[in-house]
Design a protein around this ligand. Structure first.
Ligand SMILES: [Zn+2]
Length: 357
């Protein structure tokens, strides 16, 4: 994912006035080293950098900040954004950073041939399922100082992606919840490796819906869950290192064949492991990136990057970004500060303040 020093990626229009601190001159924000991605997709894990010792809050929750100033949070499948993060550096007033959230499509997926008793559980197991789900939920809401979440995640099993995060699902013709993770098809017995460091918070060989189940806490509210395992190689409380074998692929619980279901969460928000892997691979998320220079000389031509079809308003002129995804614009002749507005198709509006000198 392309990172952009949040020079002036502030103040998306339509924000309640009390939620937004005064935008800062670009120089000052750069010195403050407040860095977040310019936009993210639904289901993303968002990593940010803030000055060490800052207080950071998002969505009503104070985020734990590492000694290096790293913070993390998750964007839900149905979040519409913009995501607002309030950063209060030591001895400085609070700033609000706004991050656009790009909507995604969630096509329907039909899953047939699922064991009927896992789609319509008999009444006598309802209590068991409730109890197991409560234990799973309790095991994944910790806020711990572990920092595995900041590693470059690896895919726990190689194989064909047989199910994607977020898709609405119909099991044996009956509508179910959206798919909460990614499915990787692999032969029964294939080793499953921890995608990042953490501690095992739950290891159960035989839960009714999820079968052999392992939960790992990667720190700061980020967790992984691994379902349908045929074998468990870890126990609750075990420390695991990235790449360590934690169990083996199976088809236990509600499954049609051997595969690993890998889910990720930020507290109770489900996030998309494939986006976490894409970020680790350094691949930009296509179609969402906006790059605007923080400053320009008076009357100079500047180049911006934005998704094709975006509307851009700058210095009294309007333009549409062409298919190449780049646009040249002329900065105003007067020095000072100029506003550049980017409206991307189907997403929130971004307002940049460019220093003209
Ligand atoms: Zn699955």
């Amino acid at each position: 994912m392309r990172w952009l020093v949040l020079a002036a990626l502030l103040a998306a229009v339509g924000t309640p006035a009390d939620a937004v601190a005064q935008p800062l001159p670009a120089r000052e924000v750069e010195q403050m080293r407040i860095v977040f991605p310019d936009s993210v997709q639904q289901g993303a894990m968002v990593l940010g950098k803030v000055p060490a010792g800052s207080r950071v809050s998002y969505d009503g929750r104070d985020l734990r900040v590492t000694g290096y100033g790293t913070v993390v949070f998750g964007i839900g499948r149905d979040a519409t954004g913009p995501a607002r993060v309030t950063v209060t550096p030591p001895g400085a007033p609070p700033r609000t950073v706004e991050i656009a959230v790009t909507p995604r499509d969630w096509p329907l997926q039909r899953v047939d041939g699922v064991p009927p008793a896992t789609v319509d559980p008999p009444p006598e197991v309802a209590e068991r399922i409730r109890r197991e789900q409560a234990r799973g939920a309790a095991a994944r809401v910790d806020d711990t100082p572990r920092t595995g979440f900041a590693q470059h995640f690896i895919q726990p099993v190689e194989g064909r992606i047989s199910g994607r995060f977020g898709r609405a699902r119909v099991y044996n013709g009956k509508p179910g919840s959206p798919h909460s993770g990614m499915d990787i098809a692999a032969p029964r017995g294939t080793a499953i490796r921890a995608p990042a460091d953490g501690v095992v918070t739950l290891a159960e060989p035989d839960l009714y819906i999820t079968g052999g189940t392992v939960l790992i806490d990667h720190g700061h509210g980020i967790g992984s869950n691994f379902l349908h395992l045929s074998r468990l190689d870890v126990a609750t409380g075990d420390e695991v290192k990235q790449g360590q074998v934690i169990g083996a692929v199976g088809a236990t619980g509600r499954a049609t064949g051997p595969h690993l279901h890998w889910g990720m969460t930020w507290f109770d928000v489900r996030i998309d492991p494939q986006l976490v892997l894409a970020r680790a691979a350094g691949s930009p998320v296509p179609g969402t990136r906006v790059v605007v220079p923080p400053r320009a000389g008076a009357g100079e031509r500047i180049r911006i990057v934005a998704p094709p079809g975006s509307r851009v308003a700058f210095a009294g002129a309007q333009a549409i970004v062409p298919a190449a995804g780049e646009l040249e614009l002329e900065a105003p002749a007067a020095t000072g500060e100029a506003e550049l507005v980017v409206e991307r198709p189907g997403t929130s509006r971004l307002v940049f303040r460019i220093a003209i000198d």
